[in-house]
Design a protein around this ligand. Structure first.
Ligand code: ATP
Ligand code: CA
Ligand code: CA
Length: 448
């Protein structure tokens, strides 16, 4: 199965030129549209910008090592989306384009998509099929409106839709190929290890990953270039096999199920299926805690009058754990964020980038389990809906037809969008339902 670790894509790599062109295109296109924001109009949704790159460069594009064409779809809309998702324009560019190094996922899925991680692991570039790009363009307005009215949406965050057209040699012939790709959020944090990953569809048909015992055999040097461990992506049957549950108390549970339902309703309406709920679990028990001195903690909490650290949500949510006396010396911080904050501290007059609070990303970029299960379990969940651009097309309809001749309709994965969504929702709802041990306890700050 797919592993979440990549190989560095640097010069000489088979896909280096493709990756180079993707990033060059993004760099030029995105830096172009950082002017003044104005309210989006109908035109912005249909407007696409084309750029031509070549060795010599011209008044519109700088010279590029390779010749290719780049198309940027609805740049203003995506800029607005990035802002809604709380991205800083400069950070976005730096993350995606610094040094042109990406890591590529080892194995393309059955869809044939390639995945690239930005160097800082924050963003993922995924190549998509022509029909998926059509779907996103057609429904961009609905997606945009949904994001606007659902700040806590679990839907995949799309930051850009682009196309690279370039010559590619195939069977000794040079062909001009169009490669469509999206930039999206990496649901998982750059700074914490994910101990378990589930890709859930609510279907049981073929949805089991054979669990490989993790060996400490480092001779497999695929992941030499990264500090992230390989994690197998588990599926619905693995989830059921181990009676896995999401440990939320009543408040988080309600909020989560409501959001899930709202998001699924949109996907059903747009005739989308085959998406998954991706869940990454970080086990806090396995975590290395950072022990800060009292002084450092004071510094973090109080700061100085002009020190705005406290105003950023990430830190505040972490600091709240300090109200609980038992954890006074333990602070979970967003390393990246804190480091950049601390780096900038001496001058103390830097601008704090806008922090958009997201219910499901409030704790270390995820959401913490509720602490009322009468045991020591303590997790951070990273939850999102991914792979949500597949239209319920003729192909799928045929697949449903053939499979349903032989199988129970509830088992197959290709079923009409409404049924698909409903089934996934119920699967997840049941995964929360089994928490019968739940005992609310109102003095606990973690309880909600
Ligand atoms: P298929 O159509 O065969 O399911 P695909 O090529 O469309 O595959 P996805 O389903 O989008 O690929 O993703 C495959 C895997 O990549 C997921 O199971 C997940 O482990 C990882 N992945 C995808 N999107 C993200 C994301 N936004 N953040 C973190 N991991 C992701
Ligand atoms: Ca998928
Ligand atoms: Ca897919």
């Amino acid at each position: 199965d797919r592993v979440l670790i990549g190989n560095k894509v640097s010069e000489g790599h088979v896909n280096f030129i493709i990756a180079y062109n993707m990033l060059t295109g993004i760099r030029v296109a995105v830096s172009r549209c950082s002017g003044i924001m104005k309210p989006l109009t109908f035109k912005d949704f249909n407007y696409n910008k084309k750029l031509t790159f070549d060795y010599h460069g011209n008044e519109l594009t700088p010279s590029s090592q390779y010749a290719f064409k780049f198309k940027d779809y609805s740049p203003e809309v995506f800029r607005e989306l990035r802002s809604l998702f709380g991205l800083d324009p400069a950070d976005y560019l730096v993350s995606l384009t610094s040094k042109y190094i990406l890591s590529e996922l080892n194995l393309p899925g059955k869809s044939g998509s390639f995945f690239y991680y930005s160097r800082d692991y924050k963003y993922i570039i995924k190549t998509i099929h022509h029909s998926e790009h059509i779907h996103l363009r057609r429904h961009l307005k609905e997606y945009y409106n949904h994001v606007k009215s659902n700040p806590d949406t679990l839907l995949c965050q799309f930051y850009g839709l682009h196309r690279v057209k370039m010559p590619i040699s195939f069977q000794n012939k040079i062909k001009h190929r169009k490669i469509y790709f999206i930039v999206m959020n990496n649901l998982f944090p750059p700074h914490l290890e994910i101990h378990k990953t589930y890709d859930l569809k609510g279907s049981t048909w073929g949805r089991r990953t054979d669990i490989k015992q993790s060996s400490n055999d480092d001779s497999n040097d695929n992941d030499k270039n990264t500090n992230h461990h390989q994690v197998q992506v588990l599926k619905d049957l693995n989830w059921l096999d181990t009676n896995e549950t999401i440990k939320f108390g009543p408040l988080k549970k309600k909020k989560f199920l409501n959001q899930l339902q709202t998001d699924i309703a949109l996907l059903s309406k747009l005739n989308i299926m085959d998406y998954s709920l991706l869940i990454g679990i970080h086990d806090l028990k396995k975590d290395e805690l950072i022990n800060l001195t009292d002084e450092e903690i004071q510094d973090l909490i109080i700061g100085s009058p002009e020190n705005p650290i406290l105003e950023t949500n990430d830190i505040v949510s972490n600091v709240s754990s300090l109200e609980n006396p038992q954890t006074t010396n333990i602070l979970h911080v967003d390393y990246n964020n804190l480091n950049t904050q601390l780096e900038k501290r001496p001058g103390k007059n830097y601008e704090v980038s806008k922090v958009v609070s997201h219910f499901f990303k409030q704790y270390e970029g995820g959401i913490r389990s509720s602490d009322a299960f009468n045991n020591d379990d303590d997790y951070i969940y990273y939850i999102g809906i991914i792979d949500c651009l597949t239209n319920y097309s003729i192909v799928k309809k045929l697949e449903t037809f053939w499979r349903s001749l032989n199988h129970d309709k509830n088992l197959v994965s290709a079923i009409p969008p409404r049924d698909y969504g409903q089934r996934l929702y119920e699967f997840i709802e049941n995964s929360l339902e089994s928490n019968t041990k739940f005992k609310p306890y109102k003095d606990n700050p973690k309880y909600n």
